[in-house]
Design a protein around this ligand. Structure first.
Ligand code: BG6
Length: 336
């Protein structure tokens, strides 16, 4: 099969014009409208109005074993394409970056280590399509299905609704319905993502609240792209699970670790914690609240295939059901 560039493949996933987010719309970063929740101890934010409003969160120092070290902090800034972005610096020297467009975490560098996440070279930072890579959301549909593949959450602006500095720096982003999303999924909901850095760990929690009276359901995943040497990839923790090979359209039982020697697009049911050998690092992918896992490699359909593998926590086997006034949440914890 001829090698096709990543770019070519992604074009086929482009959001159709009628579904595309409106470019040049108001900046997504807005002041948190509500008082910060005491429960999560997020501080309220000042307004963002372009570069002049970029604010650096306070850095405090703590004395530890006679050394001065910086405590964790959150900086709100702009990234590629001038898109609003947050940089989180961990207490242990680790760092992460996340864009408000799509609420996607594009980088996580454990202290002294290389980036664990991967952003495809064809990724666009102009809102013309989802940012391809990192840790994006598939919500409210994993897909395929009636709306755009992987839903709209990675394709719209999230609002930064909280940051916290300190030993476990954290950001909270919120997604609310818009005319664009209602045209596809007309439900009363609010979704939040919380990203927290702690020693050797990145924790991402997706919470979906049903703010209406009527029950709804959805499928979802954290569609995580890991930097990897594809020939050295081994995913553990899936042995013995029922698996649907979505390419062969066949069910079977997984035997041993998952290695990649060709295109893979498989859903594993009733999964828990996974281990990922990337060739450069061993990553533990902790899972709480998720029911399933997805492993995806396009193999030579993308010319960058040797550099990444997607290992995703998902709820896809049976949709998550949220009664009116109820909520659902799931957490992925990456640790090295
Ligand atoms: O939209 P992206 O990031 O290019 O990813 C697409 C792939 O995402 C994976 O999660 C799916 O299992 C694949 O079926 C799909 O092709």
């Amino acid at each position: 099969m001829a090698t096709v560039s990543c770019k070519t493949i992604v074009r086929s996933n482009k959001v159709v014009a009628s579904q595309a987010p409106v470019l040049g719309s108001k900046p997504v970063l807005r002041a948190a409208a509500k008082a910060p929740s005491k429960a999560c101890s997020f501080k309220s934010l000042s307004a963002f109005q372009g570069q002049a409003m970029v604010e650096k969160a306070k850095r405090s120092t703590v004395s530890r074993r006679n050394m001065e070290v910086s405590a964790g902090s959150v900086e709100t800034t702009t990234g590629l394409g001038d898109l609003p972005m947050v940089k989180i610096t961990g207490d242990d020297g680790s760092s992460a970056e996340a864009y408000l467009f799509g609420g996607v975490v594009t980088s996580w560098k454990p202290a002294g280590g290389d980036d664990v996440l991967y952003v495809r070279p064809d990724a666009k930072f102009d809102k013309s399509k989802p940012i391809s890579g990192g840790l994006p959301h598939c919500f409210p549909q994993f897909g395929p299905g009636p709306i755009q593949v992987h839903g709209f959450a990675r394709n719209v602006d999230w609002e930064l609704t909280g940051t916290t500095d300190g030993a476990e720096p954290s950001v909270e982003m919120t997604l609310s319905p818009s005319d664009y999303s209602k045209a596809m999924w007309d439900k009363e909901f609010k979704a939040t993502q919380t990203i927290t850095l702690s020693e050797g760990k990145l924790t991402a929690t997706l919470k979906v609240m049903n703010t209406g009276d009527e029950e709804f359901d959805f499928t979802a995943s954290f569609h995580t792209y890991f930097a990897a040497d594809i020939e050295k990839v081994a995913v553990s923790g899936l042995d013995g699970l029922k698996v649907t090979d979505r390419l062969a359209e066949k069910d079977s039982t997984q035997e041993g670790d998952v290695a990649i020697a060709g295109p893979v697009d498989s859903v594993y049911y009733d999964s828990g914690e996974m281990g990922l050998e990337t060739g450069a690092a061993k990553v533990t992918i902790g899972s709480a609240g998720w029911t399933d896992a997805v492993v995806w490699s396009p193999w030579s359909d993308m010319d960058c295939y040797k550099e990444f593998v997607c290992v995703e926590n998902a709820v896809v086997g049976a949709p998550a059901v949220v009664p009116g006034g109820g909520e659902w949440s799931a957490t992925t914890t990456l640790s090295v």
